[in-house]
Ligand binder design. Sequence first.
Ligand SMILES: *[C@@H]1O[C@H](CO)[C@@H](O)[C@H](O)[C@H]1NC(C)=O
Ligand SMILES: *[C@@H]1O[C@H](CO)[C@@H](O)[C@H](O)[C@H]1NC(C)=O
Ligand SMILES: *[C@@H]1O[C@H](CO)[C@@H](O)[C@H](O)[C@H]1NC(C)=O
Ligand SMILES: *[C@@H]1O[C@H](CO)[C@@H](O)[C@H](O)[C@H]1NC(C)=O
Ligand SMILES: *[C@@H]1O[C@H](CO)[C@@H](O)[C@H](O)[C@H]1NC(C)=O
Length: 290
Amino acid sequence: MALPLVLHVLLVAAAAAVARAPVAQAWGVEGHYMVCKIAESYLTSEASAAVKGLLPESAGGDLAAVCSWPDTERRQNPWSTPLHFADNPGDCKFSYARDCHGTKGEKDMCVVGGINNYTAALMDSSSPYNRTESLMFLAHFVGDVHQPMHCGRTADLGGNTVLVTWYTNRTNLHKVWDDKVIGTAMNRLYRDDLSTMIGAIKRNLTVAEKNEWEACPSPTTSCADKFAEESAELACPAYVGAEQFSNLEDEYFFKALPVVQIRIAQAGVRLAAILNRIFSGNNNSRLQTI
Ligand SMILES: *[C@@H]1O[C@H](CO)[C@@H](O)[C@H](O)[C@H]1NC(C)=O
Ligand SMILES: *[C@@H]1O[C@H](CO)[C@@H](O)[C@H](O)[C@H]1NC(C)=O
Ligand SMILES: *[C@@H]1O[C@H](CO)[C@@H](O)[C@H](O)[C@H]1NC(C)=O
Ligand SMILES: *[C@@H]1O[C@H](CO)[C@@H](O)[C@H](O)[C@H]1NC(C)=O
Ligand SMILES: *[C@@H]1O[C@H](CO)[C@@H](O)[C@H](O)[C@H]1NC(C)=O
């Protein structure tokens, strides 16, 4: 599309100004809900009871009901904003030492640091951190780290400044991955019913995949590093065909959908594995590191 350069620059600047503020939600509400619903179904009875015991009353006993709480919290208290992502210089890689910091270089302030922080807090009964909030943060960040655009390029704020149309609607590439693909899938394939989509994702899961995803192969890096490395690698092909001002339609949708579905499944399985390890001493060596 041949927009005058000035307009282009203005649009990008406008998008940059609002990005990472309320717009960047990190999987939309539906994505986080699905991740947490899938996780709940794989909890041991001990972990399930412990989780229920920590949930705020508003959750009605359902972890999935509060899995978007950190996005609300962030709007009120921006300190936690950097904990939702871990962008990179554009090399499709995640390196903790290089990429896990806040905008002013604050160490550990990225989504991987957040997962490690709240996992450690929940494992340590003497931690001063609020356990209800630690649980809600952990559940949310394990979702976020699986969304490829949460490990996208720093230069475009993880796709937030890449302005595109999704069929007829103007949006940006980050939001396409947070909720547009999910919304279109719901509408076209799952009768606008979230539980139908969750069921389809779960039925697709094999035992071998589940075992592989729970595994944490290296005793020296945390599992969360691996999740971010995978997302950074998936973000690269996600930028292809999605240049500034592209019109994204069926071709992009059918390329992105399987990735979105598998990342939601992986996030759910891994969140359950982490919570089982925390709350039921499920001491399977595969889950040992985190
Ligand atoms: C760890 O959690 C505490 C309590 O919420 C927070 O103040 C701190 O910034 C967190 N750090 C990271 C890296 O998540
Ligand atoms: C812990 O956090 C929850 C959710 O924000 C809040 O409702 C509760 O009052 C907090 N508990 C304490 C002891 O501060
Ligand atoms: C475009 O936006 C409208 C209004 O929010 C919404 O109803 C519709 O589903 C969207 N279409 C697509 C393809 O996302
Ligand atoms: C099922 O798995 C296939 C192969 O990985 C994938 O293409 C498809 O999108 C998956 N469907 C769902 C609903 O997860
Ligand atoms: C895990 O297993 C080891 C050895 O079997 C044991 O020492 C440790 O206490 C266990 N941890 C938990 C959380 O149950």
